[in-house]
Design a protein around this ligand. Sequence first.
Ligand SMILES: NC(=O)CCC(=O)C(=O)O
Length: 260
Amino acid sequence: MKISIIQCSLVFGDVEKNFALIEKKIVEAAGETPDVIVLPEMWNTSFFPNNVKEIADIEGKRSKDLLSKLSKQFNVNIIGGSVANTIDGELYNTSYVYDREGKEIASYNKVHLFSPSGENKYFKSGSELCIFKMDGIKCGLSICYDVRFPEWIRKSALEDIEILFLPAAWPEVRNMHWDTLNRARAIENQMFVVCVNSLGMTENSKFGGHSAIIDPWGEYILHPDDVEEVKIGAINLKVIENIRSSINVFRDRRKDLYTL
Ligand SMILES: NC(=O)CCC(=O)C(=O)O
Protein backbone atom coordinates (compact mmCIF):
# COMPACT_ATOMS: atom_id res chain seq x y z
CA MET A 1 0.00 0.00 0.00
CA LYS A 2 1.39 3.38 -1.03
CA ILE A 3 0.62 6.22 1.36
CA SER A 4 1.10 9.87 0.53
CA ILE A 5 1.33 12.40 3.34
CA ILE A 6 0.77 16.11 2.90
CA GLN A 7 2.89 18.14 5.29
CA CYS A 8 2.21 21.79 4.54
CA SER A 9 1.97 25.31 5.99
CA LEU A 10 -1.65 26.25 6.47
CA VAL A 11 -2.64 29.90 6.52
CA PHE A 12 -3.92 30.81 9.99
CA GLY A 13 -7.61 31.73 9.78
CA ASP A 14 -7.77 31.98 5.96
CA VAL A 15 -10.25 29.37 4.77
CA GLU A 16 -10.14 30.39 1.09
CA LYS A 17 -6.36 30.09 0.88
CA ASN A 18 -6.38 26.78 2.75
CA PHE A 19 -9.02 25.21 0.48
CA ALA A 20 -7.02 26.26 -2.59
CA LEU A 21 -3.77 25.00 -1.01
CA ILE A 22 -5.16 21.62 0.01
CA GLU A 23 -6.74 21.04 -3.42
CA LYS A 24 -3.40 21.83 -5.08
CA LYS A 25 -1.53 19.50 -2.71
CA ILE A 26 -3.97 16.63 -3.25
CA VAL A 27 -3.60 17.00 -7.03
CA GLU A 28 0.19 16.98 -6.61
CA ALA A 29 0.08 13.90 -4.35
CA ALA A 30 -2.28 12.06 -6.70
CA GLY A 31 0.34 12.39 -9.49
CA GLU A 32 2.33 9.60 -7.81
CA THR A 33 -0.74 7.30 -7.80
CA PRO A 34 -0.80 6.49 -4.08
CA ASP A 35 -3.50 4.26 -2.58
CA VAL A 36 -4.23 6.79 0.12
CA ILE A 37 -3.55 10.48 0.74
CA VAL A 38 -3.46 11.83 4.31
CA LEU A 39 -4.07 15.46 5.33
CA PRO A 40 -3.25 17.32 8.61
CA GLU A 41 -5.57 18.44 11.42
CA MET A 42 -7.95 21.37 11.00
CA TRP A 43 -6.69 22.25 7.54
CA ASN A 44 -9.54 24.66 6.73
CA THR A 45 -8.78 27.21 9.50
CA SER A 46 -5.49 26.00 11.03
CA PHE A 47 -5.47 25.28 14.80
CA PHE A 48 -7.19 27.62 15.70
CA PRO A 49 -8.17 31.30 15.38
CA ASN A 50 -10.53 32.97 17.91
CA ASN A 51 -13.22 33.38 15.25
CA VAL A 52 -13.09 29.67 14.42
CA LYS A 53 -16.83 29.15 14.84
CA GLU A 54 -17.66 31.91 12.34
CA ILE A 55 -15.38 30.52 9.65
CA ALA A 56 -15.87 26.78 10.32
CA ASP A 57 -17.41 24.49 7.73
CA ILE A 58 -21.14 23.83 8.20
CA GLU A 59 -22.15 20.15 8.41
CA GLY A 60 -18.87 19.41 6.59
CA LYS A 61 -20.47 20.53 3.34
CA ARG A 62 -17.58 22.28 1.65
CA SER A 63 -14.85 19.91 2.82
CA LYS A 64 -16.91 16.82 2.00
CA ASP A 65 -17.62 18.12 -1.52
CA LEU A 66 -13.91 18.71 -2.14
CA LEU A 67 -12.76 15.36 -0.70
CA SER A 68 -15.44 13.44 -2.55
CA LYS A 69 -14.68 15.13 -5.87
CA LEU A 70 -10.91 14.58 -5.66
CA SER A 71 -10.99 11.02 -4.32
CA LYS A 72 -13.25 10.01 -7.21
CA GLN A 73 -11.34 11.98 -9.83
CA PHE A 74 -8.02 10.40 -8.86
CA ASN A 75 -9.34 6.98 -7.78
CA VAL A 76 -7.64 7.36 -4.39
CA ASN A 77 -8.67 6.99 -0.74
CA ILE A 78 -8.38 10.24 1.23
CA ILE A 79 -7.98 10.52 5.00
CA GLY A 80 -9.30 14.06 5.17
CA GLY A 81 -7.23 15.26 8.16
CA SER A 82 -9.78 17.25 10.06
CA VAL A 83 -11.74 20.46 9.70
CA ALA A 84 -13.33 22.91 12.10
CA ASN A 85 -16.97 22.13 11.53
CA THR A 86 -20.38 22.89 12.99
CA ILE A 87 -22.87 20.07 13.37
CA ASP A 88 -26.36 21.08 14.51
CA GLY A 89 -24.87 24.45 15.47
CA GLU A 90 -22.14 22.98 17.71
CA LEU A 91 -18.45 23.24 16.82
CA TYR A 92 -16.42 20.02 16.35
CA ASN A 93 -12.97 19.05 15.13
CA THR A 94 -14.15 16.56 12.51
CA SER A 95 -12.37 14.13 10.23
CA TYR A 96 -13.93 12.67 7.07
CA VAL A 97 -12.61 9.66 5.18
CA TYR A 98 -13.37 9.03 1.49
CA ASP A 99 -12.89 5.94 -0.64
CA ARG A 100 -11.79 5.73 -4.27
CA GLU A 101 -15.34 6.09 -5.50
CA GLY A 102 -15.81 9.40 -3.76
CA LYS A 103 -17.95 7.86 -1.01
CA GLU A 104 -17.65 8.89 2.66
CA ILE A 105 -16.67 5.75 4.58
CA ALA A 106 -16.00 7.18 8.05
CA SER A 107 -16.11 10.30 10.14
CA TYR A 108 -14.73 11.16 13.58
CA ASN A 109 -15.16 14.00 16.03
CA LYS A 110 -11.98 14.51 18.09
CA VAL A 111 -12.46 12.99 21.52
CA HIS A 112 -9.66 14.50 23.63
CA LEU A 113 -9.72 18.28 23.29
CA PHE A 114 -6.48 20.11 24.03
CA SER A 115 -7.40 22.20 27.07
CA PRO A 116 -4.07 24.14 27.26
CA SER A 117 -5.13 25.86 24.00
CA GLY A 118 -8.76 26.25 25.13
CA GLU A 119 -9.97 23.79 22.49
CA ASN A 120 -12.38 22.37 25.07
CA LYS A 121 -13.98 25.82 25.49
CA TYR A 122 -14.58 26.37 21.79
CA PHE A 123 -15.33 22.83 20.64
CA LYS A 124 -17.55 19.93 21.67
CA SER A 125 -15.87 16.56 21.92
CA GLY A 126 -16.88 13.37 20.18
CA SER A 127 -17.33 10.08 21.99
CA GLU A 128 -17.06 7.38 19.32
CA LEU A 129 -14.12 5.37 18.03
CA CYS A 130 -13.39 5.62 14.33
CA ILE A 131 -12.86 2.23 12.70
CA PHE A 132 -13.28 1.58 8.97
CA LYS A 133 -12.21 -0.68 6.12
CA MET A 134 -10.21 0.88 3.32
CA ASP A 135 -9.35 -1.32 0.31
CA GLY A 136 -10.22 -4.27 2.59
CA ILE A 137 -7.77 -3.19 5.34
CA LYS A 138 -9.07 -2.44 8.82
CA CYS A 139 -7.97 1.04 9.90
CA GLY A 140 -8.53 3.44 12.78
CA LEU A 141 -8.28 7.17 13.13
CA SER A 142 -7.67 9.54 16.03
CA ILE A 143 -6.63 13.19 16.08
CA CYS A 144 -3.48 14.80 17.54
CA TYR A 145 -3.86 15.13 21.35
CA ASP A 146 -5.69 11.75 21.32
CA VAL A 147 -2.24 10.14 20.92
CA ARG A 148 -1.40 11.06 24.53
CA PHE A 149 -4.14 8.68 25.70
CA PRO A 150 -2.82 5.15 25.19
CA GLU A 151 -6.06 3.69 26.54
CA TRP A 152 -8.00 5.34 23.70
CA ILE A 153 -5.58 4.15 21.02
CA ARG A 154 -5.57 0.67 22.58
CA LYS A 155 -9.35 0.59 22.22
CA SER A 156 -8.90 1.04 18.46
CA ALA A 157 -6.10 -1.53 18.39
CA LEU A 158 -8.37 -4.05 20.09
CA GLU A 159 -10.68 -3.74 17.08
CA ASP A 160 -7.84 -5.40 15.10
CA ILE A 161 -6.84 -2.38 13.09
CA GLU A 162 -3.64 -2.62 11.06
CA ILE A 163 -3.09 1.09 10.43
CA LEU A 164 -3.82 4.05 12.70
CA PHE A 165 -4.09 7.45 10.99
CA LEU A 166 -3.38 10.51 13.11
CA PRO A 167 -3.75 14.00 11.63
CA ALA A 168 -2.28 16.69 13.87
CA ALA A 169 -1.41 20.31 14.55
CA TRP A 170 1.41 19.79 17.03
CA PRO A 171 3.82 22.58 18.01
CA GLU A 172 7.52 22.33 17.32
CA VAL A 173 8.43 22.92 20.99
CA ARG A 174 7.05 19.48 21.81
CA ASN A 175 8.46 17.59 18.79
CA MET A 176 10.19 15.14 21.13
CA HIS A 177 6.84 14.17 22.69
CA TRP A 178 5.27 13.88 19.24
CA ASP A 179 7.99 11.58 17.89
CA THR A 180 8.11 9.47 21.04
CA LEU A 181 4.36 9.05 21.51
CA ASN A 182 3.75 8.07 17.89
CA ARG A 183 6.50 5.46 17.95
CA ALA A 184 5.29 4.13 21.31
CA ARG A 185 1.72 3.73 20.02
CA ALA A 186 3.05 1.81 16.97
CA ILE A 187 5.27 -0.45 19.09
CA GLU A 188 2.85 -1.19 21.92
CA ASN A 189 -0.05 -1.90 19.56
CA GLN A 190 2.04 -3.65 16.88
CA MET A 191 0.48 -1.69 14.06
CA PHE A 192 1.40 0.96 11.49
CA VAL A 193 0.98 4.58 12.56
CA VAL A 194 0.62 7.28 9.90
CA CYS A 195 0.80 10.67 11.59
CA VAL A 196 0.59 13.89 9.59
CA ASN A 197 1.46 17.17 11.27
CA SER A 198 1.08 20.74 10.07
CA LEU A 199 3.69 23.41 9.47
CA GLY A 200 3.30 27.17 9.67
CA MET A 201 2.54 29.66 12.42
CA THR A 202 -0.31 30.64 14.67
CA GLU A 203 -0.25 33.97 16.53
CA ASN A 204 2.12 32.57 19.14
CA SER A 205 3.49 29.19 18.10
CA LYS A 206 4.94 27.22 15.25
CA PHE A 207 3.86 23.75 14.10
CA GLY A 208 6.62 21.18 13.97
CA GLY A 209 6.21 18.91 10.94
CA HIS A 210 7.90 15.55 11.68
CA SER A 211 5.05 13.67 10.04
CA ALA A 212 5.78 9.97 9.80
CA ILE A 213 4.91 6.52 8.64
CA ILE A 214 6.00 4.16 11.41
CA ASP A 215 6.03 0.38 11.21
CA PRO A 216 4.97 -1.99 14.03
CA TRP A 217 8.62 -2.30 15.16
CA GLY A 218 8.68 1.45 15.69
CA GLU A 219 10.95 2.04 12.68
CA TYR A 220 10.41 5.05 10.45
CA ILE A 221 9.43 4.29 6.86
CA LEU A 222 9.25 8.00 6.28
CA HIS A 223 9.99 10.91 8.61
CA PRO A 224 10.36 14.29 6.95
CA ASP A 225 11.77 17.07 9.13
CA ASP A 226 10.06 20.46 9.23
CA VAL A 227 9.93 21.10 5.50
CA GLU A 228 6.96 21.56 3.18
CA GLU A 229 6.62 18.11 1.57
CA VAL A 230 4.28 15.76 -0.21
CA LYS A 231 5.95 12.43 0.51
CA ILE A 232 5.08 8.89 -0.41
CA GLY A 233 5.97 5.72 1.49
CA ALA A 234 5.03 2.07 1.03
CA ILE A 235 3.94 -0.27 3.80
CA ASN A 236 3.87 -4.05 3.80
CA LEU A 237 1.14 -5.37 6.08
CA LYS A 238 2.94 -8.73 6.39
CA VAL A 239 5.21 -7.02 8.95
CA ILE A 240 2.30 -7.24 11.41
CA GLU A 241 2.21 -11.03 11.03
CA ASN A 242 5.99 -11.18 11.44
CA ILE A 243 6.09 -9.21 14.66
CA ARG A 244 3.11 -11.00 16.15
CA SER A 245 4.61 -14.39 15.38
CA SER A 246 7.67 -13.53 17.49
CA ILE A 247 6.33 -11.17 20.18
CA ASN A 248 2.56 -11.13 20.44
CA VAL A 249 1.40 -8.66 23.08
CA PHE A 250 -2.24 -9.29 22.27
CA ARG A 251 -1.84 -12.97 23.11
CA ASP A 252 0.12 -12.27 26.29
CA ARG A 253 -2.04 -9.51 27.73
CA ARG A 254 -3.35 -10.12 31.27
CA LYS A 255 -7.00 -9.27 30.70
CA ASP A 256 -7.75 -10.56 34.18
CA LEU A 257 -5.67 -7.74 35.71
CA TYR A 258 -6.90 -4.67 33.82
CA THR A 259 -10.08 -3.58 32.13
CA LEU A 260 -8.88 -2.75 28.62
N1 LIG B 1 -3.83 19.96 18.23
C1 LIG B 1 -3.58 19.35 19.37
O1 LIG B 1 -4.32 18.50 19.82
C2 LIG B 1 -2.32 19.78 20.08
C3 LIG B 1 -1.80 18.74 21.03
C4 LIG B 1 -0.51 19.15 21.67
O2 LIG B 1 0.07 20.17 21.34
C5 LIG B 1 0.09 18.29 22.70
O3 LIG B 1 -0.51 17.26 23.06
O4 LIG B 1 1.19 18.62 23.17
